[in-house]
Design a protein around this ligand. Structure first.
Ligand code: MTE
Ligand code: MO
Length: 201
């Protein structure tokens, strides 16, 4: 029953194979908003991104330096653990490899913690982060991200549930061992794989 209902609501031409189990599409013109706590007011003059920890060359970029790095478009599907998905939006930002190449993670670096405004954190294995579809993202479908959606910078990791795509990113910390992030400490499954439905511990 549920699956028939879901299929009826799909717009024509949507490839149902792209929708993971337990997910439904958000309306095309509606990108849901979800976060814990307030939306930061960012002063770009004081903003920086710090890349630190188990790397050969720690990096500190101001916003101009970040935006001067080569930009890349990724067309990808996103899946929120609360059950909505969006297919085929265009995400623009700095490819994670641009950063990895510059900082040179040390051999003992196996995990990366994303640090955000107000202390939101989430972590990923380095091998998950080091992929062609991972961005430090500042634009969506051709426009700057709205502040609510993470401007001036968010992490973008489409193959994981969307809480791993941390908004208002300020730091990446390379670590030998994993530490759990904000939601992962509160019961979300650290693997966060929409296709395996690893939603909660
Ligand atoms: N800094 C920060 N990033 C965050 C969150 C948050 O609370 N704080 N929430 C996460 C969750 S649970 C989701 S589903 C997505 C939602 O992103 P969106 O509001 O752009 O759709 O942001 C993620 N990134
Ligand atoms: Mo979420």
């Amino acid at each position: 029953m549920a699956s028939i209902f879901k299929r009826r609501r799909l717009p024509e031409g949507v490839d149902t194979a792209r929708i993971p189990p337990g997910q439904t599409l958000s309306a095309p013109d509606r990108w849901p908003l979800l976060h814990f706590g307030p939306v930061p007011k960012t002063d770009l003059a004081k903003w920086d991104l710090r890349v630190f920890g188990a790397v050969r060359n720690p990096l500190q970029l101001d916003y101009g330096e970040l935006r001067a790095l080569p930009s890349k478009d990724v067309v990808a599907d996103i899946h929120c653990v609360t059950g909505w998905s969006r297919l085929g939006d265009r995400w623009t930002g700095v490819a994670i490899q641009e950063i990895l190449r510059r900082v040179e993670p040390l051999p003992e670096a196996h995990y990366v913690m994303a640090h955000c405004e107000y202390g939101y954190t989430t972590s990923l294995p380095l091998e998950v982060l080091d992929d062609d579809d991972v961005l430090l993202c500042y634009a969506w479908n051709g426009e700057d991200l709205s502040v609510d959606h993470g401007w001036p910078l968010r992490l973008f990791v489409p193959k994981k549930y969307f809480w791993k795509s941390a908004k208002w990113l300020r730091g990446l910390e390379f670590m030998p061992k994993n530490r759990l992030g904000f939601w992962e400490q509160r019961g979300y499954h650290d693997e966060a794989d929409p296709w395996k439905e690893t939603r909660y511990w």
